[in-house]
Design a protein around this ligand. Structure first.
Ligand SMILES: C[S@@+](CC[C@H](N)C(=O)[O-])C[C@H]1O[C@@H](n2cnc3c(N)ncnc32)[C@H](O)[C@@H]1O
Length: 249
């Protein structure tokens, strides 16, 4: 069986394929070698916390640029997450044949104030898209609007707001979704991103999937997912969360 067949066997049975732990560039390269093209790639790396305190800024810039370019070779739409002050410069980093479509904000009110100054209440997400690829605002219509849309009577399709409000789930006990991953995003936020990006049954790839939020959101909304992370512990976390075993390749 080819690696591509093994991946699709898992996707066909369970809606999700979890790859064994590997570096983001290796998993992107694996999809490229296996000629697996996906509709959407979710890029949610560890963040430089503002002033290069994870990696020197030049190195982080080069990492993000490479990430976008390589992901652009295997997908039609990219989401890049980070703190606004960190990813701000990357609005100009659209890979070849792509353009920057939107700056999205996830707004949460419930972050405890631990520093003097502004209390962090937002994460940003840049959406890049291949020229000619179409978004799916029709996924956000109510039943009456849908009928109008399907009968061709809707002159324009109203879209959802680009600021998505949903509480932070990390650090708060008692939240159903919580897995213990230190940077877990709420499904409510990823639901909107995936619904806008994909047609039914299309595939989203998340090479730094952490707790597997992309997989949870994809299966809930009628999409399929390929997930990976370089950290063994997080691969186990997503296996448990999604009730899907990683593939062996
Ligand atoms: C911000 S978290 C992702 C959180 C995820 N969106 C969620 O909701 O659970 C970043 C993840 O990227 C992974 N990661 C960081 N660098 C990586 C690399 N070079 N290759 C693969 N995974 C990486 C980390 O292990 C971590 O789980």
């Amino acid at each position: 069986m080819s690696v591509k067949d093994i991946i699709f066997e898992s996707i066909d049975k369970q809606g999700v394929a979890i790859l064994p732990p590997m570096d983001v560039f290796d998993s992107i390269n694996l999809l490229k070698t296996e000629q697996i093209h996906v509709a959407c790639t979710m890029l949610d790396p560890w963040y430089n916390k503002g002033k290069g305190d994870v990696l020197p800024t030049d190195e982080y810039d080069a990492f993000i640029q490479q990430l976008l370019e390589n992901s652009g070779e295997i997908s039609d739409l990219l989401y890049l997450w980070g703190f606004p002050e960190v990813i701000g410069p990357y609005v100009r980093y659209a890979p070849k044949d792509f353009y920057m479509v939107s700056w999205l904000t996830w707004y949460y009110k419930n972050c405890p104030s631990v520093i003097r100054g502004w209390r962090s209440s937002q994460n940003a997400c840049i959406q890049f898209m291949r020229h000619g690829y179409a978004l799916h605002p029709e996924h956000f219509l109510n039943e009456t609007q849908k009928e109008k849309f399907e009968s061709g009577k809707m002159r324009f399709v109203p879209g959802p707001p680009s600021v998505i409000e949903s509480p932070l789930i990390i650090g708060f006990v008692g939240k159903k979704e919580q897995t213990g991953h230190p940077s877990q995003k709420p499904e409510a936020v990823f639901d909107k991103l995936l619904l806008m990006a994909m047609a039914d049954n299309q595939i989203v790839f998340d090479p730094m999937a952490g707790s597997g939020t992309t997989g949870a959101s994809a299966t809930k909304n009628g999409f399929r997912a390929i997930l990976c992370d370089k950290n063994e512990e997080y691969i186990s976390l997503m296996e448990n969360r999604l009730n899907v075993k990683r593939i062996s390749i």
